[in-house]
Ligand binder design. Structure first.
Ligand SMILES: *Cc1c(COP(=O)(O)O)cnc(C)c1O
Length: 424
């Protein structure tokens, strides 16, 4: 038996003893032209489709066909309160209270809506801290909010970069920037897990530091929700939002979750952009002229929501309810540790992992900087069946999603990468 075969055999033993292994079959796995399955390691970009999603969506199509407008009250899952069906599982997923969460809109839209409430610059306090390699949409949102208030991002936006020579952004560097901004700081708004490096930040420490300076702490959890355990309420985070189509598997363009700490959510006088779906439920349909906000995160809703998209999200959230974040996290840490060990054999000078090695500081994603890599190498591993993600100039992002990836996937990826490196 060759060493490669031995590795594959060990991987299949690990898969057999994995208590979550059966979940893999609950998902549709994309196949190559010849019918063999891809090695799908791209759940950080778009999660795979749960097999049960079709039934959930079909139910709503059937109810719409059979009931028309009456479905708002008489559908199997009435559309009027439909978003409420998602509340308990959403709250559990991010460690929030039920009245602190709501599912609505998409992510960047919600970033804006939340900044309308939580970025209210005054003469002295107007600065925002963001991480230097923030996701572009977050940067655009923050910059345009600053301009919206007649301010200049060159002055008002502080982009915190890793110390020179570092690839990861140490929390100490963020805390120092927060302290330096002091009473000029209005908002700290960073990604909970960085989309590029896969680093999971210490959100509790960052929140505490922001609060000490009298600023607000808000997080984009696009790469954190459904990936790492978070306890937003306990950490006193002011607000957060995330998309559900990455680790949460709700489908392309799936809906966004929102969290607003109860000390703000309860405050119906808080400035916001309003719409009828955020109006007090008892009197919403009296269609009166005066807006009365619901005293929960639901008070930020604008429109009646897209039921088909929410049906798909209900399907995927039911899986999280059944598996639980704790078990998922345990498997996730096992998978990334395993891949890190394999990659170490290739040598740091060939494959440098820019994601933190300490498991508590990362989620399911490992970002690999590959020596003298270019798109050609990436195309070669794609050709060999791997679906991963390439970021210019030289980073391959690999996500081992614990619901549907296994040790064999990671071993096959490693062997393909090794092969591609030896032929380049
Ligand atoms: C995926 C992602 C987005 C995407 O935003 P949409 O509004 O859902 O298109 C934004 N920010 C971060 C940090 C992301 O990872």
């Amino acid at each position: 038996m060759t060493r490669d075969d031995e590795l594959l055999q060990r991987a299949s033993e690990l898969d057999r003893s994995d208590p979550l292994s059966a979940w893999r079959d609950e998902f549709h796995h994309p196949v190559q032209k010849d019918g063999s399955p891809h090695i799908y390691l791209c759940g950080n970009s778009l999660g795979l489709q749960p097999k049960r999603t079709r039934d959930y969506v079909t139910q709503e199509l059937d109810d719409w066909a059979a009931l028309g407008v009456e479905g708002h009250f008489h559908a199997e899952h009435p559309w009027m309160p439909y978003h409420e069906f998602l509340t308990p599982s959403t709250a559990r997923l991010v460690g929030a209270l039920d009245h602190e969460v709501v599912v609505m809109n998409s992510l960047t839209v919600n970033l804006h809506l939340l900044m309308v409430s939580f970025y209210r610059p005054t003469g002295k306090r107007y600065k925002i801290i963001i991480e230097s390699d923030a996701f572009p949409s977050d940067l655009y949102a923050v910059e345009s909010q600053i301009r919206h208030h007649g301010l200049d991002p060159a002055d008002a936006l502080i982009r915190v970069a890793p110390a020179s020579g570092d690839t990861i952004l140490e929390e100490d560097v963020i805390l120092q920037a927060i302290a330096e901004a002091g009473d000029e700081l209005a908002l700290v708004m960073i990604g909970g897990v960085n989309y590029y490096t896969g680093q999971y930040f210490d959100l509790e420490r960052i929140t505490q530091a922001a609060h000490e300076e009298g600023a607000v702490a808000g997080f984009d959890l696009a790469h954190a929700a459904g990936n790492v355990p978070v306890r937003l309420h306990e950490w006193k985070v002011d607000f957060a939002c995330w998309c559900s189509y990455k680790y949460i598997n709700s489908g392309p363009g799936g809906m966004s979750g929102v969290y607003i700490h109860e000390r703000h959510a309860r405050d119906t006088s808080l400035h916001r952009f309003a719409g009828w779906w955020g109006h007090d439920q008892e009197t919403r349909f009296l269609m009166g002229d005066d807006f009365r906000a619901m005293p929960t995160a639901e008070g930020w809703q604008l429109s009646n929501p897209p039921i088909l998209a929410m049906a798909a999200l209900r399907a995927s959230m039911s899986i999280f309810d059944e598996v639980g974040m704790e078990a998922l996290r345990q498997k996730s840490v096992g998978l990334t540790k395993y891949l890190l060990d394999l990659l170490a054999d290739l040598g740091e000078d060939v494959v440098q992992v820019i994601t933190p090695k300490d498991a508590s500081r990362r989620g399911a994603q490992l970002s690999l900087r590959v020596r003298s890599a270019d798109r050609k190498l990436f195309e070669e591993i794609t050709e060999a069946g791997v679906i991963a993600d390439w970021r210019e100039p030289d980073v391959i992002r690999i996500a081992a999603a614990p619901l549907y990836n296994n040790y064999t996937d990671l071993t096959r990826f490693y062997l393909i990468l090794k092969q591609a490196l030896s032929s380049n």
